[in-house]
Design a protein around this ligand. Structure first.
Ligand code: CTP
Length: 219
């Protein structure tokens, strides 16, 4: 099977030396890439900047901004059987990028941001992806309801939701605890290392994608 995984944060440039970003370490996406590679699946990892080693036997495309990630996903998505959007993509980017370093002047300055393209939200509609589609949802409240809304609006087969208000799990942590939300059911995976969770999640995704292609396999 061919699996595309997005991972890590994006960097949205403000000027030649500054950017807006977030706390994503990329660990969950890299752990998933490793888990699928160990199963001998063909993995394409499209990643924002992280400090992690690239897992063995994984094709790797580094990107910086949300727009660059969008362009690489759009280019490769339709050759894939499964796509997993794990990246913490910036929702907004500076409306203009200064050519020169912004100098210190006023006590306060205002930066205007514009929306980035929603990569996951474009997979079905603009990119016509017909494979098994998995999104992540990082939430601080109403975990299941928000995840289910994303499942429906972004036309996903599965949303993997985690509560990022708990500092011991989620962003920048080695551990996670997730709620897998699908149209017909929810599955809670209790707190564990991201490596163990990734192996478990990879098994569930492969089972579900086979069932999607062959509905008789469900019974
Ligand atoms: N995502 C994406 N492109 C974006 C923003 C998000 O592909 N520009 C993907 C993420 O990789 C994740 C999913 O969308 O799989 C949900 O991201 P999240 O930030 O939780 O959701 P948003 O749609 O941005 O909604 P909100 O921030 O309002 O919760």
């Amino acid at each position: 099977m061919k699996i595309l995984i997005t991972a890590g944060p994006t960097r949205e440039p403000l000027d030649p030396v500054r950017f807006l970003s977030n706390r994503s370490s990329g660990r969950m996406g890299y752990a998933l890439a490793k888990a699928f590679a160990l199963r001998k699946d063909h993995v394409l990892l499209i990643s924002g900047p992280t400090t992690l080693p690239i897992p063995d036997h994984v094709d790797y495309i580094p990107v910086e901004s949300a727009q660059e990630m969008y362009d690489e996903v759009a280019h490769h998505l339709n050759q894939m059987d499964v796509a997993i959007f794990c990246a913490a993509v910036a929702d907004y980017t500076p409306a203009t990028i200064a050519d020169q370093k912004i100098k210190k002047s006023e006590d306060t300055i205002t930066i205007t941001l514009k929306k980035t393209p929603d990569i996951l939200g474009s997979a079905r509609s603009l990119m016509n992806f017909g494979g098994y589609l998995v999104g992540f949802a990082a939430e601080t409240e109403n975990l299941e309801a928000n995840a289910r809304r994303k499942l429906e609006t972004k036309l996903c087969d599965m949303i993997i939701a985690n509560d990022v208000s708990q500092v011991v799990i989620g962003f920048d942590s080695h551990e996670n605890e997730v709620l897998i939300v699908e149209a017909a059911e929810n599955t809670a995976l209790p707190r564990d290392s991201k490596e163990h969770l990734a192996r478990h999640i990879a098994e569930i995704i492969m089972l579900r994608s086979r069932q999607k292609n062959d509905p008789a396999a469900r019974s």
